[in-house]
Design a protein around this ligand. Structure first.
Ligand code: NDP
Length: 337
């Protein structure tokens, strides 16, 4: 059983060398007297929040990983053996699993059976999973979009952002996205239907840039990056605008958070800025699936994944999120079936 292990707690920018691939033995059975499930891992998800679990981060929501143990994350897996009444051999499941070929998952851990196998099963790590629900909840529940409103999305080509843009279009909004390369900007405009998009790395002054794309201001900002982008957005929000704070990836590897100076805009423009944790909204997941599955099947929504091949590619794939190497949702294919 190959495993990707966290070597030591990380501070600053994570490196591939913070993780290593080892081989251990695992008995391919579920111990008697337990109600666990033994799975073969097919796809693993790389998500920015995992950086927080690689170190001791003050106030972070999740427990840190254990050095010397496999990285834990979301995955899609196939059941090989089960002592749990809800799962049988051959079932496809998604939920928390280890970065390894095979995992023994305790019955108490949340795993779910995949019901709809017409679509790529890796979608359960993206559009049909946690990032999809984040985009939906953060946009619809927190921002309450109205037709014709002007929406800005940062990290717009990523797992969450590409969906926010498409939900905004389906709601009749005007939407502009920012991303870190020409390839990503082209995707936003040509594949996901954003009205406009720009490469933030080419812009000298983000305030001026936003004034160019939003001469009348921004009604809704879907925040994925934080830092300088948030500061410039605050200057360009309209009265009673809404900011949904999904994440702030530009801050995750900094020892000291980068200053945001324009928060008084919240007061005089009466902006509502609200953070959320998707884990608090899993009760809405069945409704979300009912909404989004037809959109995909009717060709009303697209989803782009970036699939790295092999468990050995997982450390580079995870680190790549913080350098913008992923184009779309970053997934690692460990095995195809
Ligand atoms: P992405 O697929 O968008 O991957 C991360 C992207 O962030 C990179 O590709 C890169 O794109 C961009 N990025 C990396 N570093 C920086 C930086 N310093 N400044 C600006 N952009 C940067 O990730 P997700 O869609 O999975 O996640 C997006 C955000 O949503 C993250 O902040 C994440 O933590 C958050 N999140 C929060 C959840 C919640 O419950 N609140 C749930 C899920 C995600 P580019 O090339 O465009 O720079």
């Amino acid at each position: 059983n190959r495993q990707v292990i966290l070597k030591e707690y990380v501070s600053g920018f994570p490196q591939e060398s913070d993780m290593t691939l080892i081989t251990s033995t695992i008995k391919l059975h579920v111990p008697e007297g337990t109600s666990g499930v033994l799975v073969k891992n097919l796809y693993l998800s790389c998500d920015p929040y995992m950086r927080g679990r690689m170190g001791i981060v003050k106030g972070f929501f999740f427990d840190p990983f254990t050095p010397g143990s496999p990285i834990i994350g979301r995955g899609v897996s196939k059941v090989l053996r089960s002592r749990h009444p809800d799962f049988k051999e051959g079932d496809l499941v998604y939920g928390m699993t280890g970065w390894e070929d095979y995992s023994l998952i305790a019955a108490t851990q949340n795993i779910y059976k995949i019901q709809d196998t017409d679509l790529p099963v890796s979608y359960y790590l993206g559009i049909l999973g946690m990032p999809g629900l984040s985009a939906y909840v953060g946009f619809h529940y927190l921002c309450c979009p109205r037709k014709g409103e002007h929406v800005f999305v940062s990290a717009a080509s990523g797992a969450v952002g590409q969906l926010v843009g498409q939900f905004a279009k389906l709601s009749g909004c005007y939407v502009v996205g920012s991303a870190g390369s020409k390839e990503k900007v082209d995707l936003l405009k040509n594949k996901f239907g954003f009205d406009d998009a720009f490469n933030y790395k080419d812009e000298l002054d983000l305030d001026t840039t936003l004034k160019r794309y939003f001469p009348e201001g921004i009604d809704i900002y879907f925040e994925n990056v934080g830092g300088k982008m948030l500061d410039a957005v605050l200057l360009n929000m309209r009265m009673r605008g809404r900011i949904s704070v999904c994440g702030m990836i530009s801050q995750y590897n900094l020892e000291q958070p980068e200053g945001v100076c324009n928060l008084t805009s919240l007061v005089y423009k009466q902006i509502r800025m609200e953070g959320f944790l998707v884990s608090e909204y899993y009760n809405t997941y069945p409704k979300y699936l009912e909404t989004v599955l037809p959109y995909i099947k009717e060709g009303k929504m697209e989803y782009v994944e970036d699939i790295a091949e092999g468990l050995e590619s997982a450390p580079a794939a995870l680190i790549g999120l913080f350098a913008g190497r992923n184009v779309g949702k970053q997934v690692v294919a460990v095995a195809r079936d």
